[in-house]
Structure formats: structure tokens, C-alpha cells
Design a protein around this ligand. Structure first.
Ligand SMILES: Cc1cc2nc3c(=O)[nH]c(=O)nc-3n(C[C@H](O)[C@H](O)[C@H](O)COP(=O)(O)OP(=O)(O)OC[C@H]3O[C@@H](n4cnc5c(N)ncnc54)[C@H](O)[C@@H]3O)c2cc1C
Length: 531
């Protein structure tokens, strides 16, 4: 990386200036620099990675947590091979565990990564019949068929909706694409817990009812199930920072220049192509640089502001998640008696029965922190202890990701509402534990509990994701809708803006959501097709 003070960029003009050094900006930079283009990346923070970073969140402790995003699924293996990324993604031993309390009796639903007898047995014990597991297998076989059709298109120009629809069973297409997901969930499953486990993938960072007519929940569901044709979520060894580190090395070794501490304040797009980017460095000095193309790794809403447009306030995205990072002295024991090393290795669902999800949505839509907080926890260090550093044996990380907590809940009383949400998140786990979670939480160097909570407002402040929306805005279908214009390379790759020389390269591009590198890849391909 270039020392900003000494070296504010080496040229007056670049082929490409990338606004934002998130993982997608680095993907674009790597592809384009490898193709011989001059590339400058401008990042406002003191480091690259955006939401894909590792950090030592707890003073005096060496553990490097994936502070925001933590699992990888949507990034294509091919992209990782293209850029020769030195990254290992490890499979988790458990897919999911859902602790239950029925008639006061603790139990749970276990889904193994490779479903075998323990999974079938667990369904039978919870639901009392074979039928629910059969329904589960049938549903996910249909989803897998869809994933196998969509995943190979992700590194191609946008397929049309029709092209894909013709290759998928009409019933599956209806269930996943044209009708609100809640209909399929209610028709195909009967058990409240099973229904909820299925439905949660539709609500990650997405505020919706399962019956929302906008179908935003269906789109969210699809992205969570199609990664590499399997939808498996894997653990980046070394934490999310290892993904960004590898991307940064790929970009820099190919010749891209990266300036950190460079907050872009304006983007000018000229009528006949090209443009200029203006930024302020940490010392307060203003700089400008010319560009043939400008890539926006920032959210489309932020880009509008940088272009001098006045976006309507009600078009601002709104995030809907609560992220809590914990460091534990030991993993807590569960009342169901399941081994914590099994239960916490995968996604452990809390307050996510289907009826609880719908009740939480109703609460939040009425402006209340959900009385039962839906969320999920997982322990990174069970799969990859390398992030722990030199800590006492038994120490583990625990990540909580809460659903259906829109930013609006935290506006009137930011601290009070956040404290309430955290308290309820902890309570949702405690009811399944032999010992309260807080009795297992480690203390940092100041003697404070190792607990870091972030509501959407925190994410917006830290990362400039508008409204704290983890995907820069609601997700789009990963194909071109009927009647979409596909005349230019930017349109064909789903990265166009209303200025020819300015393209989206981040999460807000058509298929850019999640740690996928897709936005970066698509923008790079569009530029390579135009140069
Ligand atoms: C709490 C949380 C948990 C998540 N969990 C997961 C997960 O487990 N798996 C997953 O796949 N996805 C997850 N996501 C979503 C995923 O992290 C994002 O979709 C993805 O990281 C977006 O990458 P990006 O490069 O497009 O944008 P960003 O990561 O937002 O990067 C944009 C960059 O632009 C910089 N920037 C902004 N404004 C300016 C400016 N004016 N000038 C210069 N630079 C600027 C920012 O500082 C940032 O570095 C999560 C996100 C959050 C917040």
C-alpha cells in the first residue's frame, strides 16, 4: 500500500479509479490491473476490506474476530482460482442445530453437514413422524436443482429470466421466484421449528414478512442457497481478513495502487466519457485525479450523493440486523445435553420458529424491539482456532447475527433500544443453557466483558453502508428481468449507472450482494469489454 502523505497517487489520470477498497473494489482492481490497466483504489478508512475484515475487538486480547461478515458461500471457486487467492475455506462439522423447549422439555433439531442417520433421527424425535424429514429432503433437492442452474451463470453476463425459468421445474420456480416464500414453507412443512429453520435464510439483513409481496425475502433466500451450486457456508481460515488480505495482495502484485485514508467527496462524470474523482486525505488536503472509468464500490445511494445528485430520503436503504461478537472462556452447556462442540459448530437457531419470525416482524413493523429476538449464533474457533491467538485453552469466539431489527428501532433511543435488543438476544440463548451465557464471557484487558454489539447505525458509521444495509440495498434477482435493456456491456453485466463512465462494482450492483466478489468481477468484465 502507498503511504498517502508521501505519495498521493503516481499519475494525474488512471484508466480506472475505484471508489472504495471493500473486497469487491479489490476484486475489480485485481482483474483490471492483471489485464494491464492502470488502477487506483481510494479507501476512506485506514485499511481495506469494508465489511470483510478481521479485527482485535477486545483490548488486551489477541483474538482476531471477523468483525462484520463471517462466512463465505457466494464467492465462486473460479474467481478465487483466477486471482490465485491463497485462502482456505473450511467446512463446518454441523449445518445447524436448533434448541427447542416443548412442554418445558429441552430438545433440539440437528442437521449434519452431510445428512445421515443423526439428522433423520433428530427430525423424527422432534416431529414424531418421518414425513417432515422427507419434506425437507424434497424441498432442498428442489432448491439444489435451482442452485445448479443459477450458480454457473454468476460469472457470466446476466442471463435472462426466461433462459433460467425454462431450465427449472415450474413448481420450484413458482415456490422460489414467483410466489411469496411463506406460501411454499407453509404448504410443504407442518412443524413450526422446521418451517422457521427453512425460512431464516430469507431474512438475513432483510426486513420482510415471509408473505411480503415485494418478494425481497425470496431473493434473499435464493442468494443464501446458490453459492457454488451447493449453498454451503464455509469458514474463512484466519478470519474474513484473510480473504481481504489475499485480494489486496492480488491487486497490488498486479500493479494496482491503493490509497487508504482517502475519503472521496465527489465524482464528476464527463458527457463524452471519462471523469474526475476528488478526495480528502487524512491531513485534510484535497486531491483530484482523472479517470477513463470510475468504479463505485460504495452503495448506489452514496454514489448519487458523490455525483451531486440529491437522492430522495425515502430511497435510502435500511439495514435490519444486530451483530454481536463475544469471546468466551468456555462454551456454555446446553439443557438438551447435546455436545456444545456439535451444537455451536454450525448455525444455532434461536427464537426462529416460523411463528416467532412472523411475530418478530409484526413487533418490529410496529416499532418495537421483538419480544423474542430471532437470531443465530455460531462459533468460528471450533472450525478454525487460528484466529484465537495466545489465549487460555477453552477460549472460543461466538458470533450472534440477529434478524428483523430495522435501523428505525434504534432511532428514538439508540442506547436504550440497543441494550434491550442485546439483552433479549442473550435471553434467547440463555433459556436453552445450563449456565447463563454471561457467566462464560471472557474479560478483556480492562476487566470488561468481551461483548461487542453493532446495530445498523453502528454499521453505517463504521463502514458508510447507507442505513447499515449489509448488501448496500435490497437484493435483486440474479438475472435480467423481462424487458431489461441489455445494450451495453455495463447493462449486460448488471453494473450500469446513469453515467456511461461510472459503473457499480460493489454489493449494490445487480448480483453483488454478500462476500462474493461478483460485483467487482462484473464491473471489471464490463470495462474490459468496452476498452
Ligand atoms: C454485520 C454484517 C455481517 C455480514 N455477514 C456476512 C456473511 O457472513 N457472509 C457474507 O457473504 N456477507 C455478509 N455480510 C455482507 C457482506 O459483508 C457485504 O455484502 C460485502 O462485504 C460488501 O462488500 P463490498 O466490497 O461491496 O462493500 P463494502 O464492504 O461496503 O466496502 C465498501 C468500501 O468503500 C469504502 N467507502 C465508503 N464510502 C467511501 C468514500 N466516500 N470514499 C472512499 N471509500 C469509501 C468503505 O469504507 C468500504 O471499505 C455481512 C455484512 C455485515 C455488515
Amino acid at each position: 500500500m502507498i503511504d498517502m502523505a508521501a505519495h498521493p497517487g503516481t499519475r494525474p489520470t488512471y484508466d480506472v479509479v475505484v471508489v472504495g477498497g471493500g473486497h469487491n473494489g479489490l476484486v475489480s482492481a485485481a482483474y483490471l490491473a492483471r489485464a494491464g490497466l492502470s488502477v487506483l483504489v481510494l479507501e476512506r478508512l485506514g485499511h481495506t476490506g469494508g465489511a470483510a475484515v478481521s479485527a482485535t475487538a477486545f483490548p488486551g486480547l489477541p483474538t482476531r474476530l471477523s468483525r462484520y461478515s463471517y462466512l463465505v458461500s457466494v464467492m465462486p471457486e473460479q474467481l478465487m482460482a483466477d486471482l490465485r487467492l491463497d485462502v482456505t475455506l473450511s467446512s463446518r462439522r454441523t449445518a445447524s442445530y436448533t434448541p427447542t423447549l416443548r412442554d418445558g422439555k429441552p430438545g433440539g433439531l440437528l442437521v449434519e453437514r452431510h445428512e445421515r442417520d443423526a439428522t433423520r433421527h433428530s427430525f423424527l424425535e422432534l416431529t414424531g413422524a418421518e414425513t417432515e424429514y422427507d419434506a425437507w429432503r424434497e424441498f432442498y433437492a428442489d432448491v439444489a436443482e435451482m442452485a445448479r442452474v443459477v450458480a454457473p451463470t454468476l460469472l457470466q453476463p446476466l442471463p435472462t429470466e426466461r433462459e433460467l425459468r425454462e431450465r427449472v421445474d415450474p413448481g420450484t420456480w413458482r415456490d422460489l421466484v414467483t410466489r411469496p416464500l411463506g406460501e411454499a414453507v407453509e404448504r410443504r412443512f407442518t412443524d413450526d421449528t422446521v418451517r422457521g429453520v427453512v425460512a431464516t435464510d430469507a431474512l438475513i439483513g432483510t426486513f420482510a414478512s415471509l408473505h411480503d409481496p415485494s418478494l425481497v425475502q425470496n431473493r434473499c433466500f435464493l442468494y443464501h442457497l446458490i453459492g457454488n451450486g451447493t449453498g454451503e457456508w464455509r469458514v474463512p481460515v484466519g478470519g474474513m481478513g484473510s480473504v481481504t488480505g489475499a485480494l489486496e495482495r492480488a491487486a497490488v502484485s498486479a500493479g494496482a495502487e491503493i490509497l487508504t485514508g482517502a475519503g472521496v467527496s465527489a465524482v464528476r462524470a464527463d458527457e463524452h466519457g471519462g471523469g474526475e474523482v476528488t478526495w480528502t486525505s487524512d491531513d485534510g488536503a484535497s486531491h483530484s485525479v482523472g479517470a477513463r472509468f470510475v468504479l463505485a464500490n460504495v452503495a448506489p445511494w452514496v454514489l448519487q450523493i458523490l455525483l451531486g445528485e440529491q437522492p430522495e430520503p425515502d430511497t435510502k436503504p435500511e439495514g435490519s440486523q444486530l451483530k454481536i461478537n463475544f469471546l468466551l472462556d468456555r462454551l456454555p452447556r446446553l439443557r438438551s445435553g447435546v455436545d456444545p462442540a456439535v451444537a455451536f459448530a454450525g448455525t444455532l437457531h434461536l427464537g426462529e420458529d416460523y411463528s416467532q419470525l412472523e411475530a418478530a416482524y409484526a413487533d418490529a413493523a410496529a416499532g418495537r424491539v421483538p419480544s423474542v429476538m430471532p437470531g443465530e449464533v455460531y462459533c468460528h474457533s471450533l472450525t478454525d482456532p487460528s484466529i484465537l491467538g495466545d489465549v487460555p485453552s477453552g477460549t472460543h469466539t461466538l458470533t450472534y447475527f440477529g434478524l428483523l431489527t430495522p435501523a428505525s428501532l434504534f432511532e428514538a433511543d439508540p442506547e436504550g433500544a440497543k441494550a434491550l435488543a442485546v439483552e433479549r438476544a442473550i435471553a434467547s440463548l440463555d433459556q436453552h443453557l445450563v449456565e447463563p451465557l454471561m457467566s462464560c464471557v471472557a474479560r478483556d484487558g480492562n476487566g470488561d466483558p468481551c461483548l461487542e454489539a453493532k446495530v445498523p447505525q453502528d454499521v453505517e458509521r463504521d463502514l458508510a453502508m447507507p442505513g447499515g444495509h449489509i448488501f448496500h440495498g435490497d437484493l435483486d434477482w440474479p438475472w435480467a428481468p423481462a424487458r431489461a435493456r441489455l445494450d451495453t456491456p455495463a447493462q449486460q453485466w448488471g453494473v450500469q449507472t446513469n453515467r456511461d463512465a461510472v459503473l457499480l462494482c460493489g454489493s449494490g450492483s445487480r448480483r453483488g450482494g454478500a462476500v462474493s466478489g461478483l460485483g467487482g468481477h462484473h464491473a471489471a468484465q464490463a470495462i474490459l469489454a468496452m476498452r
